[in-house]
Design a protein around this ligand. Sequence first.
Ligand code: NAG
Ligand code: NAG
Ligand code: NAG
Ligand code: NAG
Length: 406
Amino acid sequence: MASTRLLAIIAILVQGLINGDSHELPSFDPELAVAKVWKLLKARAFKEACNHNGRAMLVIPEGNFLLGSMLLSGPCTFQPPLMVQFNGNLLPQGSTSTAENADWITFMNFNGLFISERYHQWPRREGGMEGCMRWLPSKGCCKLLNHHPHSLVLRFKNLKLIKMNDVLISGITSVNAKGFHMMISVCNNFVITNVNISAPDESPNTDGIHMSKTNKVRISDSTIGTGDDCVSMIHGTTNVTIENVKCGPGHGFSIGSLGHYDAEFDVFGITVRNCSLAYTENGARIKTYRNESPSKASGIIFQDLTMDHVKNPILIDQEYATIPGSVDSKVLISDVEFSNIRGTTISKIAVVLACSQSFPCKGITLKDIHLEYTGDPGHNEDTPFSSNCTNVKVNYIGEQMPPPCA
Ligand SMILES: *[C@@H]1O[C@H](CO)[C@@H](O)[C@H](O)[C@H]1NC(C)=O
Ligand SMILES: *[C@@H]1O[C@H](CO)[C@@H](O)[C@H](O)[C@H]1NC(C)=O
Ligand SMILES: *[C@@H]1O[C@H](CO)[C@@H](O)[C@H](O)[C@H]1NC(C)=O
Ligand SMILES: *[C@@H]1O[C@H](CO)[C@@H](O)[C@H](O)[C@H]1NC(C)=O
C-alpha cells in the first residue's frame, strides 16, 4: 500500500465553475482541479459544503486517507446535490476498541447526494472504502467480530444513509466492512449503480446493501459478494428494482427478516430481475419470524435469475429463527412470482415454500423453473429432486424442475 497519510477528508468548493442555474448534474471536469480550495479539517470541510449557497463538492483526493467515524448531517443550504467524489481510498482510522460500537461514515438528513468515483468513468478506477481490515489486526478480521445476531445497533456499518432523499451512488468499491456495507433507512429515491461490494464469505453480518423504511430504490450493474445477504430488504421497503447484479458469495437476495420488531411497516413492490447468483446460501428468499408482529409483504417478482451451485434457490421461510414457544408468523405473504429461474443447486429439495399456518401465503406463482441438482453424487440418493410446500397453494405455469408440490 502506498504511504498512508493521516489526513481528513478534503473539501473542494466549486463556485462559479458550474452553472448555478442548471438543475442537471454537472459533469466532472478534470480542470476543476485548478480551483481546489483545500481545507484540512474534515468537519470543517463538510460544514462548509453544507452551508454553502451554491453547488458544493467534497473530494477525496488521490492517495490513501485514514478517516475515523464521521457523521455528515444536514440540514444544509447548498444547491443539491452535494457531490462527493472518490479519487482515492478511505481507510478507517482508530483502534478496534473505539471502533467497536461506531459506524463509519454516516450521511443524514439532507436532500441530494451524489457519491461517485472520479469523473464518473466506467470501468471504475481506484476509489473505495475499506472497512474492516484496519480495524482489527491481521487477516481474517471479520471472524473476530463480536457476533450479535439480533442487535442491529451494535453492528458497524461502512456507509450509513439516514433520512436522505435523492441519492445517487455510483462507481465506488466497499471492501471488508465490519457490518453492513451500506445501510439505508428512512430514505426516498435512490439509485445505486456500478458498485462493487466485497467481504469474505465467512464474515458475519456483512450484508451488501441493507434497507428499511425506504421507498423507490434502483440497484443495477453491480457486483456484491459478502458473508451475508447481497441485498436485504426489511420492513417498510417499497418500490425497489434490482437488476443486472452479480451476487456471491453470500446469502442471496432477501426480503426480511420480517415480523421481527413491533409495529413493522409493510413491504411491497420489489422486483429482482436479470441477476446471477453463484455459490450462495440462498437465491430468492422471503423470510419471516415466528412472532406476534403482523405485517404484509406483497407485489414481489423474482425474474430471470441464474443460479450456480445455490443451496436454496427459491425459498419462502416463515419459520425463521424458531424459538421454543413461538407463535406462527403473522406476516401475510401474497402476490409473489418466481419466473424464469434457471441453473444449478446443491439441494435435493430446491424449492421450499414454508408458509405460516395461521396466515397461509396467497397468490404465489412459479413460472418456468429449470433447476438442476449438482450436489454430491452418492449423497441423498434416496431423496428425489423435489419441492416442499406448506400452507400454500401454488399457481404453476410452464416448465417445473424440480417437479411441483403435489
Ligand atoms: C471488486 O473488488 C474486489 C476487492 O477489491 C476485487 O477483488 C474484485 O476484482 C472487484 N470486482 C470487480 C467486478 O470490479
Ligand atoms: C410505490 O410506487 C407506486 C407506483 O409507482 C406508487 O403508487 C406508490 O405511492 C409508491 N409507494 C410509496 C410508499 O410511495
Ligand atoms: C442482464 O445482465 C447482464 C449483466 O449482468 C447484462 O450484460 C445484460 O445486458 C442484462 N440484460 C438485460 C436484458 O438487462
Ligand atoms: C417440508 O417442510 C416442512 C415445513 O418446514 C418440514 O416440517 C418438513 O420436514 C419438510 N419436508 C422435507 C421432506 O424436508
